[in-house]
Design a binder for this molecule. Structure first.
Ligand code: THU
Length: 133
């Protein structure tokens, strides 16, 4: 796990920038039930960034997390390999993807780096494979 600054794994990824885009995406969250805004930003292997927010439904099982919104936007635009996925809930540290999102993201890159907020201007970055059973 890492904290703050720019980290380098296989690719040169600006984690702070990706996290900032995830935070920005949280502004579009549709979350009248939980009132919990979440945003995600996915960096693909060709350098594109796709963002998404959680979209809730009165039927709780229909709710779509921010990560899956971003993932579906990316894949339906033709992307197939994810390099990193940042997740952010304003004011909250360590908002990690839920089990279904971990499984969903894995389809498009087991080695992608999951980035979450850690403190005021910090972040934590770890491979998705570490978060899976
Ligand atoms: N949520 C996400 O969008 N991503 C996460 O990683 C955690 C949970 C959403 C789902 C639901 O709309 C709300 O947060 C409360 O669980």
């Amino acid at each position: 796990m890492t904290k703050s600054g720019q980290e380098t794994h296989k690719h040169n990824i600006d984690y702070a920038d990706l996290l900032a885009k995830a935070l920005e995406a949280a502004a579009s969250s549709y979350s009248p039930y939980s009132k919990y805004r979440v945003g995600a930003a996915i960096l693909t292997d060709d350098g594109q960034v796709f963002t998404g927010s959680n979209v809730e439904n009165v039927l709780i099982g229909c709710t779509i997390c921010a990560e899956r919104t971003a993932a579906v936007k990316a894949v339906s635009a033709g992307a197939r390999r994810f390099v990193a996925c940042a997740v952010a809930a304003p004011g909250d540290d360590g908002c990690y993807p839920c089990g279904i999102c971990r499984q969903f993201l894995t389809e498009f890159g087991r080695d992608q780096i999951i980035v979450v907020k850690n403190g005021q201007d910090g972040h934590s970055a770890r491979p998705l494979s570490e978060l899976l059973p």
